[in-house]
Design a protein around this ligand. Structure first.
Ligand SMILES: [Zn+2]
Length: 498
């Protein structure tokens, strides 16, 4: 497990106290298992899906990694001092991008499954468990979930963090994500002020009101603490972001505008929010429909919409013209009344990606979500026409080139291009049912699975090699998350909702 020195030293509490928060996951890793700093590396002879429009697919090509970036792409490259990786017979592609995931839920994977005899109530689950987290649980949940994401080929993620209701929880949650080695943005939601705890009796209406209340001073102080202690610069792999408070619908537009302004005053890389189509506009001065945000001047290249199901063409044009981003959580969108917009949005030139969303309810095999993005198009006639034109590269676009644009990282990641960060996946193709013919992107989009991922680089650092996560004792990690999850859910069950 890599310890982030800068993060350690930045703690106002003692290093010993900080160490006590971290679970001992890899007490004695073998020397070969240690996470090594980014090295000059030459990957040779791999079949490459660059997703770079000028480079396309390259058979038996080479990629040189230097100082965490892609230094050269081509054939017959030489770098005598570089570590050599034999990519022959394998597929090299950009690391994948998840535009919306509630990372803390990864620890509870399976507690509420979509295909299940015991479908739980998500809202009630959240109201119970959120008050039972300890700071070390926050660190662990975020760290473990990020390890799960990297293991499945996700190298950048927008973490929509909507549970950690104290500054200490939020800080440890952010640190867990940072110390996993994943890239992306930690978006802290300015919400949730529960006053109940384990063993209490509370009216459900009151608990929901605490969940949906607008941001207050507690949340702004947390934001200031995160800014002062964790996100002090702009050079980290994890950027600082914020989510607006959840209960937007029905709020006066002027109050909403004030919250947007306050949130933006902290200079977040991303301002995130869930949006679902409402049946009607309530009144012009009360918010309940996305279309009201454009004329109010609240959209912009930092604004990140999750779901956005059923957006009209006019709303999609608003997104395109303001640089507003969208993330469709394509496996989960089936349960909403309006269809996913990712296909239409892409056609219109909107920065749109996909994401897992509920990390406790969906598979973490991210290739399944890529296929979900394709099959989800068949819900509408317009989507069917779009799907008819798709090739493998179009489906992969949502998690690579376009996916990067949709998390405001267009110039940074998403393609195998010289100068971009070395976020890369090397896939094995020797499984008997991994196809041997067809364009590389078609083979990956249709048939690749998580176990095919041999190596993952993030910023040139090897995070997975030979199919195993580097520097992580997976058995110990799983035992720790089982223990924490069991305790949190047991304590949560002692709350009585009336
Ligand atoms: Zn969500």
């Amino acid at each position: 497990m890599q310890l982030t020195r800068k993060g350690f030293l930045g703690l106002a509490t003692s290093a010993l106290a900080a160490a006590a928060v971290r679970p001992a996951l890899a007490a004695t890793p073998k020397a070969t298992d240690k996470v090594m700093p980014a090295r000059r590396t030459l990957i040779r002879g791999a079949d490459i899906i660059t997703m770079d429009r000028t480079l396309g697919e390259i058979a038996a090509g080479d990629v040189l990694i230097d100082k965490g970036r892609i230094a050269a792409v081509g054939k017959g490259l030489r770098a005598d001092d570089a570590e050599l990786v034999d990519g022959r017979g394998m597929i090299l592609m950009p690391g994948m991008i998840d535009g919306h995931r509630h990372m803390w839920e990864g620890m509870d994977n399976g507690v509420i499954a979509k295909i299940s005899r015991s479908i739980g109530n998500y809202n009630e689950y959240k109201l119970r468990t959120m008050v039972c987290y300890r700071p070390e649980d926050a660190w662990l949940a975020q760290y473990a979930s990020a390890i799960q994401a990297i293991d499945s080929g996700v190298t950048s993620v927008i973490d929509y963090c909507h549970i950690f209701h104290t500054a200490e929880l939020a800080e440890q949650g952010a640190r867990g994500l940072i110390e996993s080695g994943i890239a992306g943005t930690f978006c802290y939601q300015v919400s949730h002020s529960p006053t109940y705890t384990a063993g209490d009796t509370v009216r459900m209406a009151d608990a929901n009101a605490m969940r949906n209340a607008p941001a207050d001073d507690i949340h702004w102080r947390t934001v200031e603490q995160l800014r002062a202690r964790v996100f002090t610069g702009t050079d980290g792999l994890i950027r600082f972001g914020l989510c607006l408070s959840p209960g937007m619908n029905g709020r006066p537009m002027k109050d909403l505008a004030a919250e947007f302004a306050k949130v933006r005053s902290y200079r977040p890389h991303i301002v995130a929010q869930h949006h679902h189509r409402a049946k009607a506009v309530l009144a012009p001065d009360l918010f309940n429909q996305f279309e009201q945000l454009g004329p109010a001047g609240l959209l912009g290249p930092d604004y990140h919409v999750t779901h956005g199901n059923g957006m009209t063409d006019a709303e999609l044009a608003m997104c395109r013209d303001t640089g507003t981003m969208i993330c469709s959580t394509t496996m989960g969108e089936h349960s909403y009344p309006y269809p996913s917009v990712h296909g239409r949005a892409r056609e219109m030139g909107v920065a749109v990606g996909i994401g897992v969303d509920g990390a406790l309810a969906f598979t973490h095999d991210y290739f399944q979500h890529v296929r979900g993005a394709f099959y989800n198009l068949f819900r509408t006639d317009e989507g069917k026409a779009i799907a008819a034109r798709y090739q493998g590269e179009d489906a992969l676009d949502f998690v690579t080139r376009l996916g990067a644009r949709a998390i405001r990282e267009e110039g940074v990641t998403g393609t195998i291009s010289v100068g971009k960060r070395a976020d890369l996946l090397l896939l094995k193709t020797d499984r008997i049912n991994f196809p041997i013919v067809g364009p590389l992107a078609d083979r990956v989009a249709n048939y690749a699975n998580q176990p095919d991922i041999d190596t993952v680089w993030i910023a040139g650092v090897v995070r997975k090699r030979g199919g195993a996560m580097v520097g992580v004792d997976m058995r110990a990690l799983k035992a720790r998350i089982n223990e924490a999850s069991t305790r949190i859910n047991r304590e949560g069950a002692t709350i009585t909702f009336l």
